[in-house]
Design a protein. Structure first.
Lengths: 115, 114
């Protein structure tokens, strides 16, 4: 799986948009970009994923550049409960019965939302 | 999404003993994963456990230290054997959900070894 590079930490004011960048310059054509977050002392929580098109769900939006070498996770209206470590991961799609698709976590970005 | 229950949620163990962690899923899943998160660190994959086959271990992890069982499509166990203080970590179970290509995580087992 390709490696990712994320800033160590970011701050955001409550109610503002949080834009978390991720570089994945060695991503291959069939690898997806995933975002997870981990709130202190909890298991990681899936947020969103995409291949090449921008994606949006109830939690966030994912913007992937045209060359797919970087992406941005957008939390449109950050709240205090969004304070967490955010992980950007690239991986191959899972193949039934094989070990493809396993997740490799980097250090992530510690997002702190302040009042 | 999949609902994953891990037991125990936390434990304090003595050096040299073993602990078995259970992972129960509310639906049948093919792929289950076990991760370790050492204090202040990110998650590291220990092994992939598919029903009906031997678990596949990542580099640095061996079956004698972390034996895994996968008796059916909703359950798995991870044993941490002959524990030392360096094994103090959070151990997390993860499954590939029905929505393909999304992995879901349990709340984890917080292990402290004295």
């Amino acid at each position: 799986d390709a490696k990712t590079t994320q800033p160590t930490s970011m701050d955001c004011a409550e109610g503002r948009a949080a834009n978390l960048p991720c570089n994945h310059s060695t991503i291959s054509g069939n690898e997806y970009v995933y975002w997870y977050r981990q709130i202190h002392s909890q298991g990681p929580q899936y947020i969103i994923h995409g291949l090449k098109n921008n994606e949006t769900n109830e939690m966030a939006s994912l913007i992937i550049t045209e060359d797919r070498k970087s992406s941005t996770l957008i939390l449109p209206h950050a709240t205090l409960r969004d304070t967490a470590v955010y992980y950007c991961i690239v991986r191959l799609p899972a193949d039934r019965g094989s070990t493809l698709g396993r997740l490799y976590f980097g250090r992530g970005t510690q997002l702190t939302v302040w009042p | 999404s999949a609902v994953i229950s891990q037991k125990p949620s936390r434990d304090i163990c003595q050096r040299g003993t073993s602990l078995t962690i259970q992972c129960q899923v509310d639906s049948q899943v093919t792929m289950m994963f076990w991760y370790r998160q050492q204090p202040g660190q990110s998650l590291t994959l220990i092994a992939t456990a598919n029903q009906g086959s031997e678990a596949t271990y990542e580099s640095g992890f061996v079956i004698d230290k972390f034996p895994i069982s996968r008796p059916n499509l909703t359950f798995s166990t991870l044993t941490v054997s002959n524990m030392s203080p360096e094994d103090s970590s959070i151990y997390l179970c993860s499954v590939e959900g029905r929505a393909k290509n999304i992995q879901y995580f349990g709340a984890g087992t917080r292990l402290s070894v004295l």
